[in-house]
Design a protein around this ligand. Structure first.
Ligand code: BGC
Length: 702
């Protein structure tokens, strides 16, 4: 794109100044050009808040008190709200706080597809489904960019495992690549005008994503017409020539030998030697300046919007997201909500009082505060309910990662999780015994367990689906003593519950739910909030129920072959009729709804599905209406999510909802034509409130 300002700057820049702009000259910024009033671009993690300040040349925190921020629910929690308006507000908090902290680019949202429940970074990701991911990512990007900061979508692309993430090669056919793994990126590029993308570490079909001409030049620039900026993941570039020739604009890394980066002196030398054309560098600089101009960092700088951090409004949005992110999975005999008139309650489980903000890797947050469930419970009810706490199991003590873990992550493959020693196991047993003995004397027990950021963490995958620290045994025994025990599990993804799920009557789940997570959870438990979260991932009985594991293609260090093709997540379960514990889209409420099709009409090539929803229960509540479609002639009739809406319906009320599809919702990648084409055909439309609870009222022609 031609722009007078950018052209004139480009003409004035020396080669050395240009080179300085296209690589990190500090751990979170590139080089600026003072004499031309071009500031460095200041970047910050991450996906659920603005990361704390570290030194320019090492990863240790600066340690002042001015970088505490709002800690938002992480990606898999946010997505469980299925609320696009909330996703926009969430993006606005991220944008305002990024700007407030004086940064220009926020490295998020993270939108890789959840291909396996074991991926260590699933807590940052949104869903196993590309349509849901696209629909939730787009408003986040728009919200962020509203504040004149660039959102950097990551990790482009197919970064779906952490095992050997720097080098693993993903083999994936192009149709699957585009239809499943690239769809949300494309949507945010084209509809969200996202200003930057982060090239992933891993290889895709043999080439490092951060310097892959196919992903960066052909797909992103030529097919999608992206003309903004691509930043490498930190140390994802490893070849000067390939990086120069590919669509990467800024090389970032984890070490402080900035001049030695592949796109620094080694590149300068190659240009001087005539091996690389300077015009390639001009293009990169032009892309960077384009983004700087769009966020008013150069040009009309007076127009730049202001930002703020730690406002009450941000905390309120954090709470609003958290309360809708909680998914009620089981509630037999209406055990929940609990009465506020109970006399005493026993709380068990490490997650009752564990704080999660400081964990997870680059998504760690220096949170202004974080309300644990136990703190929320005591501060709301402590004066009139006797609240007792027994830990019940021992989790690894919370040791924040050493500031330098990120630099070290290039070499060390050391487990961050420590295995439980014999001595710890003994203590474990004693803690369990103590909790169970107490449990006999209480009518009301709350168990807060699940995972923590020793398991849901960047740089390594979970070893298996099991709940750690022998929680299974504890839960089973607790349910034997008191089948009305209310269980809440925190985790990014699915977990094994086979040994106790049939006995359990009240089960809640949420992802890492931000600084207001405890308040939101206690408000759901006592009925101040009617839960409305829905699963964005299938919760299966066993690991091999998931397609990637059924074919043994996950977690290999060298190469992973996505042989399952597009059968990711619920597509695989539906195709092979595998019964999950809880299906995609599922989540209960304290009230009940009746979803009825009203009529269908086609106007100007748009398809309108008019649906009525009745609240048949005794409480106001929100429901997510989900619309799926499959080709009527397909032998496997697998409904694919096409659109959805979340509606508030008062008790007794009937509301009309219209869901709209266009032909673009039926695009599929055509390898021969190298573009998305409409998959024409007759489609059966399913409507309901989870993938297994659909009615099929319509057949339409596309
Ligand atoms: C992560 C990125 C992160 C970057 C900077 C990398 O290790 O993969 O998601 O933005 O570090 O901290």
């Amino acid at each position: 794109m031609k722009n007078k300002l950018i052209d004139s700057i480009l003409k004035q820049l020396t080669l050395e100044e240009k080179i300085n702009m296209i690589h990190g000259t500090g751990l979170f910024h590139n080089g600026g050009v003072e004499r031309l009033n071009i500031p460095p671009l200041k970047m910050t993690d991450g996906s659920r808040g603005v990361r704390a300040e570290i030194h320019d040349d090492n990863w240790n925190p600066i340690g002042l008190s001015d970088d505490y921020v709002t800690y938002l629910p992480s990606g898999s929690a946010l997505a469980s709200t299925w609320n696009k308006k909330l996703a926009y507000s969430y993006g606005k908090v991220l944008g305002a706080e990024t700007r407030g902290r004086g940064k220009d680019v926020i490295l998020g949202p993270s939108i890789n597809i959840i291909r396996s429940p074991l991926c260590g970074r699933n807590f940052e990701y949104l869903s196993e489904d590309p349509t849901l991911t696209s629909n939730m990512a787009l408003p986040i990007v728009k919200g962020i960019q509203h504040f004149d900061v660039a959102s950097c979508l990551k990790h482009y692309a197919v970064n779906n495992q952490e095992t050997e993430r720097l080098s693993v090669n993903v083999k994936v056919d192009l149709k699957t690549l585009h239809n499943i793994y690239l769809k949300a990126f494309k949507n945010s590029v084209q509809k969200g005008k996202v200003l930057s993308l982060m090239g992933a570490y891993n290889k895709v079909n043999g080439r490092h994503a951060s310097q892959d001409p196919y992903l960066l030049n052909k797909v992103l620039r030529d097919q999608w017409k992206f003309n903004n900026m691509v930043i490498s993941d930190w140390s994802a570039v490893n070849n000067t020539l390939e990086a120069a020739n590919s669509g990467i604009d800024i090389e970032m890394s984890v070490t402080n030998n900035f001049d030695q980066y592949f796109m620094a002196l080694p590149l300068l030398e190659k240009i001087k030697a005539g091996e690389i054309s300077e015009s390639l560098i001009d293009q990169k600089v032009s892309n960077i300046l384009t983004v700087m101009n769009k966020i008013h960092l150069i040009g009309d700088t007076d127009k730049r919007k202001r930002g703020y951090y730690n406002t009450k409004k941000h905390q309120k949005i954090t709470y609003d997201v958290a309360k809708e992110a909680i998914v009620l999975l089981k509630n037999e005999n209406n055990i929940l909500p609990l009465s506020k008139n109970i006399k005493r309650i026993l709380v068990i489980g490490d997650n009752a009082e564990r704080l999660h903000a400081k964990g997870g890797g680059s998504a760690e947050i220096k949170s202004l505060y974080e309300i644990s469930p136990l703190l929320a419970l005591k501060s709301k009810y402590g004066s009139f309910i006797q609240i007792d706490f027994k830990r019940g199991y021992e989790a690894t003590p919370l040791t924040p990662l050493d500031g330098n873990w990120q630099e070290a992550s290039l070499e060390t493959k050391e487990e961050l999780r420590t295995t439980l020693s014999e001595e710890t196991k003994k203590r474990q047993k004693a803690l369990r015994k103590e909790a169970l003995e107490h449990a006999r004397n209480y009518d009301h027990i709350l168990f807060f367990g699940g995972l923590n950021h020793d398991y849901d963490v960047e740089g390594q995958d979970r070893p298996n689906l099991d709940l750690p620290y022998e929680q299974d045994i504890l839960i089973q025994e607790l349910l034997n003593i008191n089948p009305n025990t209310i269980i809440h599990i925190t985790s990014a993804s699915a977990f094994t519950m086979t040994s106790w799920i049939s006995k359990c009557r009240a089960l809640l789940w949420s992802g890492f739910n931000g600084m207001e997570g405890g308040n939101a959870l206690i408000d759901v438990i006592f009925g101040d909030v009617n839960p409305s979260g829905k699963l964005t991932q299938t919760f299966a009985y066993s690991l091999t129920d998931y397609s990637s594991h059924s074919i043994g293609e996950f977690g290999h260090p060298k190469e992973v072959w996505y042989k399952e093709g597009e059968d990711v997540g619920y597509r695989h379960f539906m195709k092979h009729q595998i019964r999950p514990v809880f299906p995609f889209g599922f989540g209960c409420s304290y009230t009940s709804f009746e979803i009825l099709p009203v009529n269908y009409e086609k106007i100007d090539n748009k398809h309108y599905f008019h649906i009525s929803i009745k609240n048949t229960g005794i409480l106001d509540g929100q429901e997510v209406i989900q619309l799926y479609a499959y080709q009527s002639l397909d032998s496997f009739k697998v409904p694919i999510l096409k659109t959805f809406d979340k509606i508030m319906v008062k008790k007794g009320e009937v509301k009309k909802v219209s869901l709209v599809l266009s032909n673009d919702d039926f695009l599929t990648y055509d390898e021969a034509l190298e573009k998305d084409v409409i998959a024409h055909g007759i489609y059966t439309i399913g409507v309901g409130n989870d993938i297994q609870n659909l009615i099929y009222p319509w057949e339409i022609s596309i």
